[in-house]
Design a protein around this ligand. Structure first.
Ligand code: FMN
Length: 725
């Protein structure tokens, strides 16, 4: 151990995170660890504390890690901070006492990439704050780590420089901490497996020594845990690759010669301790209320009362419509057409059982555990996460709390290295997390959508304690869907449409699977007669066995603006190919109900819909034709991307351009509202460009001027998007 000498000391800074689904928080926590082990002193907390625990006047140095959500919106926890900044006078120079930098997380598939981070940066700058290190904009679409890792690597020395200057002389660190990590990566030699001073647990150290003394353990392990897991998989109908097939997976193949030096990320410090008690717990729900992101209602119980397939058997994707009915006695939340709601999901039982078998904890899975911060942890800022109960059962936690399907982050893989006994497997894990192997990680882990279960099945000598998974797996998030119903036409019920997500095993993962929520919902279809061709009988609804389906927990999402205009006489232009049509079906049902009750002057309505084939995946064809006939919908334009009809548009953006003159006049002269729903990756951007183009052409403006007009419409909430990637 290094001796404690007086070395340069730094003033404290605050590390804020603004996170919607946990990435920014996890990155901030990792950053905080790296800072602490580099001798820096920081407080880490949620951005919602600004103005409470941290008045802006008292902050001198801050780092903000913040994601963007919705349509370029701040995470819910950052709304107050955003309001606080906006309330300040523009040229007040009132934040000139603050030095800051921002790491923005976003996704280039969305139109407003990293909008929250970028807007905060501009706002802080305009209020006189000083940026001491350039901001980073990390793209979840291509892999956050590509930007995050080098950004952190550069941040730490910059922070040191900056904080030395503002030093107040109180915090002194040992040189051991100083030299530890400058870049966030360490040379592999520093992680010498025989070096007892490196940060591995005693248990892991002993096991590794055991491995070093022979290959016996891994063989025994192979024949026990993995075989038990395979038997369990078979029992639950999970069709995993054979051992032979797994050996041939490219994920397993070493990419670099043995003597290639690998640069590894710093090893995260473990911090959880688990105590399994003797009591079995019958009631597994144990009253733990899971934190939900952005909930505008309490969690309420519903039953699945109808499920129908909207596509023909030969469609590329299977789309289904489900209807939930609020259970008797549970709160019915008020929603508007265009709203979305969250469905609380569970991990697939089969996968949880296989995981329990692989971790060799099936026997204690239903016993009560107690979780605490380990007394021997070296992690400075260790706290129990708010989505894992301190007392519960492992089965409950693996089913309900952690996302076992999430792509394992490098920090998790780094920790798994310590629990992998086979030297070749260990080396391959190191390759995947190394700087040198970053394309291997992208290809075989991230793009393959590998899960922790795949990993444990493939790397058979890897046997982490369950606490490592509890420390590293993110929260299992509710799945969000737009309603296709209107409370006026479906009181007490809520309908939505979804594509059944299919993830093929190809030659990268160990078993084919469906999406957690969509696969689960679609599984109920086995109980009903699916031979009905819903395209000819699309309004028929099929009832399903209620007793199996009466426990679907949902909540209304908050901060929603994708609503019909308050004034019914404004024209509406709706663009929603594929399942993006969902909210518009709700809009049109709602308008029909309004019209049937009162004499209302409804503004013109246009719908641009798109699908692949005219006869295979034209969702809600009967409904749309009905709305046209009843004059609830004035214009319907359908594009077919895979049909070769003479000069017929293939994509919604082409249809928009074809009707540019009329649309332009609706937007510019009649205060039309534009609604875009569906795929963020291509469609939303191209639709945006189509509107820019029609305004430019039909108003004889430059593209920049036209873009400014659309940007202004966005500010005024007249151009609204509900998009996902
Ligand atoms: C519903 C939703 C909306 C999003 N909207 C945007 C967006 O408008 N712009 C952007 O750059 N990224 C957007 N993203 C991407 C997130 O910012 C990105 O996935 C980030 O890693 C999430 O971090 P968090 O888990 O800390 O919230 C969106 C993600 C989701 C799930």
């Amino acid at each position: 151990m290094g001796s404690t000498t007086r070395v340069a000391s730094y003033s404290k800074f605050v590390l804020f995170y603004a996170s919607q689904t946990g990435n920014a928080k996890a990155i901030a926590e990792d950053l905080s660890e790296q800072c602490v082990s580099s001798g820096l002193v920081c407080d880490i907390c949620c951005v919602s504390e600004i103005g409470k625990t941290y008045p802006l006047e008292n902050i001198s140095s801050m780092v903000l890690v913040g994601s963007t959500t919705g349509d370029g919106d701040p995470p819910d926890t950052a709304r107050k901070f955003w309001r606080l900044l906006n309330a300040k006078d523009n040229d007040s120079n009132s934040l000139s006492h603050i030095s800051y930098t921002v790491l923005g997380l976003g996704d280039t598939n969305y139109t407003n990439f990293c909008n929250f981070g970028k807007t905060i940066d501009q706002r802080l700058k305009s209020l006189g704050a000083h940026r001491f290190y350039s901001c980073g904009w990390a793209d979840d679409g291509t892999g956050l780590e590509t930007v995050v890792e080098p950004w952190i690597a550069g941040l730490i020395p910059s922070l040191k420089n900056h904080l030395l200057k503002t030093h107040n002389g109180s915090d002194l660190k040992s040189d051991e901490h100083q030299k530890n990590s400058i870049t966030g990566y360490v040379d592999e030699v520093l992680n010498n497996p025989n070096d007892k001073t490196s940060c591995i647990s005693e248990e892991s150290y002993n096991k590794r020594n055991f491995v070093n003394s022979g290959a016996v353990y891994s063989e025994v392990f192979r024949s026990n845990a993995v075989n038990n897991a395979r038997v369990t998989a078979e029992k639950y109908g999970l069709n995993i690759l054979s051992l032979e097939e797994m050996r041939g997976l490219p994920l397993k193949a070493l990419a670099f010669p043995e003597d290639t030096k690998l640069t590894l990320p710093v090893q995260p410090l473990t911090y959880l301790s688990i105590n399994i008690l003797d009591d079995y717990v019958e009631e597994k729900t144990n009253n733990f209320s899971m934190p939900t992101s952005s909930s505008a209602s309490g969690i309420t119980k519903t039953n699945l009362v109808s499920l129908k397939t909207l596509t023909r058997h030969d469609a590329v994707k299977r789309a289904m419509e489900a209807t939930l009915e609020f259970s008797e006695g549970s709160d019915v939340f008020d929603y508007e057409p265009g709203d979305s709601f969250g469905i609380i999901v569970q991990n697939p039982k089969a996968e949880v059982e296989v995981m329990l078998a692989l971790l060799e904890i099936s026997a204690v899975a239903d016993k009560m555990y107690e979780l605490s911060i380990s007394e021997t942890t070296k992690k400075k800022s260790a706290i129990l996460s708010n989505f894992i109960p301190c007392r519960s059962t492992l089965r409950y936690v693996l089913e309900n709390c952690v996302d076992i399907r999430s792509v394992p982050k490098k920090a998790l893989l780094r920790t798994l290295v310590e629990y992998t006994y086979d030297q070749v497997e260990q080396r391959r894990l190191k390759e995947l997390i190394s700087k040198e192997g970053s394309s291997e990680y992208t290809k075989y882990v991230r793009e393959s959508r590998l899960s922790i279960l795949d990993l444990l099945l493939i790397f058979q000598s890897c046997k982490p304690p369950v606490t490592v998974l509890l420390e590293n797996l993110p929260q299992l998030q509710a799945r969000s869907y737009s309603v296709t119903s209107s409370p006026l036409t479906h009181p007490g019920k809520i309908s939505f449409v979804f594509n059944v997500v299919e993830i093929d095993k190809a030659d990268t993962i160990t078993f084919s699977r469906k999406g957690i929520c969509t696969g689960w919902l679609a599984s109920f279809d086995n109980h009903i007669n699916t031979s009905k061709d819903v395209l000819t009988d699309s309004l028929s609804s099929l009832s399903v066995e209620e007793n199996r389906l009466n426990n679907i927990n949902i909540y209304l999402r908050s901060n929603q603006t994708f609503h019909l205009p308050g004034n019914n006489s404004f024209p509406i232009i709706m663009v929603g190919p594929g399942t993006g049509v969902a909210p518009f079906i709700g809009f049109l049902k709602h308008r029909q109900a309004i019209l049937s009750k009162t004499e209302t002057n409804l503004g013109e309505s246009w719908l641009f819909y798109g699908c692949r084939h005219k006869d295979r995946d034209y969702l809600y064809k009967a409904e749309m034709e009905h709305f046209l006939k009843e004059h609830i919908l004035d214009h319907l334009y359908v594009s077919y991307s895979r049909e070769n009809f003479n000069n017929h548009p293939k994509y919604v953006q082409e249809s928009i351009c074809l009707h540019g003159a009329e649309l332009c006049s609706l937007i510019m002269e009649k205060s039309a509202r534009i609604y875009v729903c569906g795929d963020a990756k291509n469609m939303a951007k191209e639709v945006f460009e189509a509107f820019v183009s029609i305004i430019s052409v039909h108003r004889d403006l430059s593209a920049t001027e036209a873009r400014r007009i659309i940007a202004q419409l966005q500010v005024e909430r007249r151009y609204l998007q509900d998009v996902w990637s």
